[in-house]
Design a protein around this ligand. Sequence first.
Ligand code: NAP
Length: 310
Amino acid sequence: MAKRKIALAGIGKIAIDQHIPTLAQSSDWELAAAVSRHHKVEGVPNFTDFAQMLDAHPDIDVVSLCMPPVPRFDYAKAALEAGRHVMLEKPPGATLSEVFALENMAAARGLTLYTSWHSRSARFVPAAKAWLQGKRIDSFAVTWKEDVRKWHPGQDWVFEPGGMGIFDPGINALSIVTEILPDPIHLRSATLDFPANRDTPIAARLDFVHPHGAKVSAEMDWDHQGDDVWDIVAVTDAGTLALRNGGAVMEIDGVPKGDEAGLAGEYPALYAHMADLVAQGRSDVDLAPMLHVSDALTLGKRNTVSDFDW
Ligand code: NAP
């Protein structure tokens, strides 16, 4: 079957690390244009202006948007107005209401909108979800610690309004939590550490209400030195599940599970899902991870901590 043409806009770290290599290997997609104000992708037509790309390429009916969340809405709106299906990097927007607006626009035009959550496609997320079904959960603890200087060197947008600070990686944890926890949770309290010279938090501690009384908490830190810690540990009546390394490792009572066969990797899985959505004329818009971030920014107690500089 012929590959479907797709355009990529916002050629920065994640586009170069994941989207471009994934599309190059894909049997579903042909990268047919790129839009970036400062970068070029070899071997495809490059544009600095998104509207010009849309005008020049009526043959490309799908766009994938990889720029940071604040500028993304205008691109998504323009794409939907021009009759294109749209895939959004995480977090899908700067606010919940702008994503609802996009969802309505897509539905009104019969177009696909996909709010992707790459961490949900980590190797052991489906197995962890299945294992937790039917078990009594006593505690559920998220620890998400990494060094922003390592993963986002010089990216000031993460500390600007709408950049979400620690919740830029923390929302990945919340995307797994909202996928694998059998019952919905909501935030009880939060403490957020804001560097005195920045507009978004660099660390957060969250406590959630669980319908059956499990203690559900998250500790997130973006000023962490040493190895990354991306762990979720659930203590249940049938043993302890640990999902480590962002879902790449799963242990039951300390014993690692063997490889899961047949999983494609995070970004190949996202693009395979987008291909299915477009083929079936469906959208996939799930804002559950972002609801918790929005609640934390609404309810959280603000601590001011030392200035952050790169
Ligand atoms: P980035 O490298 O800082 O930015 C991506 C590109 O977006 C930039 O190269 C820039 O391209 C474009 N851009 C930036 N500001 C813009 C603006 N105001 N208007 C239009 N275009 C703009 O960021 P990133 O790390 O790739 O992250 C982008 C998104 O991917 C974020 O939502 C992030 O959460 C998500 N993500 C990142 C990672 C990671 O490891 N970094 C992992 C997974 C997901 P031009 O200036 O050339 O136009």
